[in-house]
Design a binder for this molecule. Structure first.
Ligand code: C2E
Ligand code: CA
Ligand code: CA
Length: 960
């Protein structure tokens, strides 16, 4: 190829923008072009003759030396790089191409200045690193603050402030969301910053960066840094946008969850260091703190009361377990209850909470009501077992005091409609209350209203001094009260009240509570009254009001025990009217009753304080004369009694004159207990009767031990039972409304070969006294079982009740068989026992066994016998049969209706059925139904008939 001329080379040398040079073998510049002057700021003449290595960066000297040595050895280099010092002392990056001419030992080199390119490359790497740093920020807030940090680093600014609003989430009250602000460095606020919007992909501003560059930068440098700023900000905006999207997704998810499972609308978020990263406006309101103040600060610093509280425990637990926690807690500084739900999130804890103070207060009110219900139930339970209403009164006051905690709680009784008597009181003011006061003294209170009008109310403001003249309760300072009447038997018996020293202390709920207690108390008082009446009834003969057999036996037992003690004597007289049956038959039993009443009164008058006169039943009376007795005392009393009976009695304008037969037994000679003495007096009386009557005889063991007639009867009865002479008749018990039979009663009769049909009264007592009763009862049970079978065959199922006397329950020989047979037929057979069976210990045990075998038990002749009320509660009794004596009087007046009503009440409270015996007419049935009797037995419905007639009766009813 043609070599260029020297002129051409000079021109090329001069115009080249690249640095050209020729270096000699010693490494010194021989020739350089002007580019060296413009690039390094060194004039060419100052360089010629200088060693190349003198200008090279110390770090590059070795490498450069090697290159020169390589060139000398004939190598050619391209792409070699080193740094040369310029006139200002700075370094320029040069990239070389070089080769050597072996003939001249000269080196030719071309270098290009790449300093700017290298710097831009470095800056780009810096921006890249900065962007990476920003994008690795964990939370939105961290992203914002990373932007500030990185912008400051990249632009070498004095200070940077970035502000960016968090996202708005649909459904979130986001209009008021404050921007996050992050500051890096110390901005020079005296100088206006370079302010740049952070724009998202769709050019929407997401926030701003304000950058304070150092003063004194030349325009180029300033521009250069602003360019960098744009680069960083552009990338940061994209990262911010992504971070916003993540946050909004998180918030939206949280919000959705929250909307789904609660109505909480306050929310804050904590980072892993317990610092607030988000506080919504509702949370600001509830916490009473602006978000500004809270963001970035630790919850434990801002709300020190939570440290060590259940809030802290719950939050830490949520973080530790990664599971959400929920609880309701009182927060004292805000005086409220909060429903708090804290959920761990990727970055910390999201806390949702709700002020539930109002609903919590409502819940407390509900709890209070539940407590009141429990108190009422407790009192109800006590009422079942308490026999004395006084203990229940105290318990009532106790419950009012415990539940309502008033300064004063009490139960009062109204006496004669004008006096208020305090039965029980509790509370700090109780001691100041007078034991009784006039009704007028409580005027203006709810108590007055309860006692006078039977209303249950609360008085919000009791008139004070100056309103009306102050009553005796006002000195206690009472300002409001609540009171409810205690109603028993339809009348105001008293009141339960609570009073307080402030106005309006008792809401309606409290009145309702008191009323429930008062109901329990009223029912208990009512039952107690009914029991008292029944007790009276149980110990006294309803007709003559004289003590009955129970009381008399008790007296005789006591008298003979005392006589044994002091070596004295006591006497028992048994009196039976002669010819009373004739009076009854000819004048009617009303006249008969009247006669018994008059004579009872006379006997009572004769005996006076000397002893006790009782009516044993029918026309039989007994007198107990406790010792020590004077020699002729028995005679005097006996004669006077006979004389009193023989005085004429006026009945319906007719003069009736009767006589009586009497037997006497003397204790302890004729017996040491009531049973024996009664039996012996009975035997003596029998003898008096047989020998013409109208006189009295004393028991004589030699004469009376085995009365011939009785002996005959006993023998006949024994063989009669074995020969099948016993018959059983059946009388239905009916439903009074429909007249339908609901059960049958088996009643025994004796078909005597000579005497004809003998009624039970004439042989059952004999059987009881002679041990034949067990056999008799078994016989009746078998008849009844056979009839039940027969009825079943006819498609009729009617339970049959068998009368079982105490003696057959306690008879060692037959009781076992009796229990067995009854148990086997428990589905159709039941038993009727008198009250005496409930009292007898051994009889009770047998009844219990029958009950466990499913045999139902009715109490017969209820009201006439023992005061067995205590046993009624504990024994498996299902029915009470009200004795004929009470039912018979229903037609006459109200007296015994009250008794029947109280039996019905009592039965109701014990869950027992009631059957009225001896209903003989429609008017009686109507009146019984009025007081709540539904089942009855009596001639009005059906007489006892034998099995054949019963089947006819049942089939004719079924047909008609
Ligand atoms: P109770 O158990 O009170 O039986 C009811 C009695 O009242 C029966 O008398 C019955 O005929 C009668 N009666 C039923 N309705 C009326 C009515 O409307 N007016 C009147 N005035 N009386 C009515 P009964 O059959 O003479 O029995 C008398 C008593 O003999 C029974 O009284 C019961 O204590 C006893 N008794 C009857 N059968 C047996 C038995 O198998 N074993 C035992 N231990 N005692 C029996
Ligand atoms: Ca009966
Ligand atoms: Ca009866």
């Amino acid at each position: 190829m043609a070599s260029p001329g020297r002129g051409d080379l000079e021109r090329f040398f001069a115009l080249s923008l690249d640095l050209l040079c020729v270096v000699d073998a010693a490494g010194r510049f021989v020739h350089l072009n002007d580019a060296w002057a413009t690039t390094l700021g060194r004039p060419v003449p100052t360089l010629v003759g200088r060693r190349v290595l003198d200008l090279v960066h110390p770090d590059d000297v070795d490498a450069t030396h090697e290159v020169l040595a390589g060139l000398a050895a004939g190598q050619r280099f391209v792409g070699f790089e080193n740094r040369y010092q310029d006139a200002t002392g700075g370094w320029r990056d040069l990239v070389w191409s070089a080769w050597a001419d072996p003939s001249t030992a000269l080196c030719y080199g071309i270098a290009r200045d790449v300093t700017e390119a290298r710097r831009r490359e470095g800056e780009r790497r810096e921006v890249h690193d900065a962007v990476l740093a920003v994008s690795s920020g964990g939370t939105y807030a961290a992203t914002v603050s990373a932007i500030s940090e990185q912008v400051r680093g990249v632009t070498r600014a004095l200070g940077v402030v970035t502000s960016a609003a968090p996202p708005t989430v649909a459904g979130w009250a986001g209009t008021d969301v404050r921007p996050y602000r992050a500051t890096a460095g110390a901005p020079d606020v005296a100088v206006p910053p370079v302010d740049l919007p952070l724009l998202g992909r769709d050019q929407r501003p997401l926030g701003r960066v304000a950058v304070w560059l150092p003063t004194g930068l030349d325009d180029a440098e300033r521009a250069r840094r602003v360019v960098l700023l744009h680069e960083v900000a552009g990338a940061a905006a994209l990262i911010l946008e992504r971070s916003r999207a993540e946050l909004s997704a998180e918030l939206a998810a949280a919000r959705t969850r929250e909307l789904l499972d609660s109505v909480a609308d306050a929310f804050y978020a904590l980072d892993r260091h317990w610092r607030f990263t988000f506080v919504n406006p509702a949370a600001e309101r509830l916490l009473r703190r602006p978000a500004d103040e809270l963001l970035g600060t630790s919850i434990w610093d801002e709300f020190p009361e939570t440290v060590g509280s259940s809030f802290e425990r719950a939050y830490r637990e949520a973080i530790a377990t990664g599971r959400p926690v929920a609880f309701i807690e009182y927060y004292a500084p805000l005086e409220g209850w909060f429903d708090v739900r804290a959920r761990p999130s990727g970055t910390g804890l999201s806390v949702y909470f709700l002020d539930v103070t109002a609903s919590h207060v409502a819940a407390r009110a509900l709890e209070r009501r539940a407590e009141q219900q429990r108190a009422v139930a407790e009192l109800g339970r006590e009422a079942v077992t308490a026999t004395d209403p006084r203990t229940l009164t105290a318990a009532t006051v106790e419950q009012v005091h415990r539940v309502l905690r008033p300064p004063l709680a009490g139960v009062v009784r109204l006496v004669d409609g004008a006096r208020v008597v305090l039965d029980a009181a509790a509370g700090p003011l109780a001691a100041g209350l007078p034991p009784a006061l006039d009704l007028d003294g409580v005027r203006g209170t709810a108590l007055f209203g309860a006692l006078t009008s039977g209303v249950a109310t609360a008085v919000a403001r009791i008139p004070g001094p100056g309103d009306v003249q102050p009553g005796p309760v006002l000195p206690l300072g009472l300002r409001s009260d609540a009171a409810v009447p205690v109603i028993a038997g339809g009348v105001v018996h008293g009141a339960v009240f609570a009073a307080a020293t402030d106005d309006d202390a008792f809401p309606t709920d409290d009145v309702v509570f008191l009323q429930q207690l008062a109901h329990v108390l009223g029912a208990a008082v009512e039952r107690h009254d009914a029991e008292e009446r029944l007790r009276e009834l149980a110990e006294h003969d309803a007709l003559t009001r004289l003590p009955n057999r129970v009381v008399l036996r008790r007296e005789v037992d006591a008298a003979v025990a005392a006589a044994l003690e002091d070596g004295s004597t006591t006497a028992l007289l048994l009196l039976d009217l002669d010819g009373f049956k004739d009076v009854n038959d000819s004048l009617g039993h009303h006249a008969g009753d009247l006669l018994l009443e008059v004579l009872g009164g006379r006997l009572h008058e004769v005996v006076g304080d000397a002893g006790t006169v009782g009516r044993l039943g029918g026309d039989e009376f007994a007198v107990c004369l406790p010792g020590p007795l004077a020699d002729d005392a028995l005679t005097i009393v006996a004669e006077s009694l006979l004389a009193a009976v023989e005085e004429p009695v006026r009945l319906d304008g007719l003069e009736v004159t009767l006589s009586a037969s009497m037997g006497a037994a003397v204790g302890p000679a004729h017996g040491t207990d009531a049973s024996t003495l009664l039996r012996h007096a009975d035997v003596a009386m029998y003898r008096a009767k047989r020998t013409s009557g109208g006189h009295w005889v004393v028991y004589d063991p030699t004469v009376d031990a085995a009365p011939a007639e009785r002996l005959t009867l006993i023998t006949e009865l024994r063989s009669g039972i074995r020969n099948g002479e016993l018959e059983v008749h059946y009388q239905p018990v009916v439903d009074m409304a429909s007249g339908d039979p609901v059960s049958l009663e088996a009643l025994v009769r004796w078909r005597h070969p000579a005497r004809g049909l003998v009624p039970p009264d004439q042989f059952v007592p004999l059987a009881e006294q002679t041990g034949l009763i067990g056999e008799l009862t078994l016989c009746v049970v078998r008849h009844a079982t056979a009839l039940a079978e027969r009825l079943r065959g006819l498609g009729v199922t009617l339970p049959i009740a068998v009368n079982v006397s105490v003696a057959s329950l306690t008879d060692r020989e037959s009781a076992e068989t009796l229990v067995d047979e009854l148990a086997r037929a428990a589905d159709v057979l039941s038993v009727e026992v008198t009250e005496s069976a409930l009292v007898e210990r051994r009889a009770r045990a047998v009844l219990q066994r029958l009950a466990s075998a499913g045999v139902m038990c009715a109490v017969d002749d209820f009201g006439t016998g023992y005061s067995a009320l205590t046993y009624l509660r504990s024994l498996p009794v299902s029915t009470l049969k009200i004795d004929r004596a009470f039912v018979a009087e229903v037609e006459d007046g109200d007296v015994d209706l009250a008794i029947i009503r109280s039996v019905v009440d009592l039965a109701g409270s014990l869950g027992l059925d009631v059957i009225a015996e001896g209903v003989e007419s429609q008017p009686v049935a109507v009146r019984l139904a009025e007081v709540g009797v539904h089942h009855a037995q009596g001639f009005h419905y059906a007489r006892p008939v034998d099995g054949e007639h019963l089947v006819d009766w049942l089939t004719s009813r079924a047909a008609g």
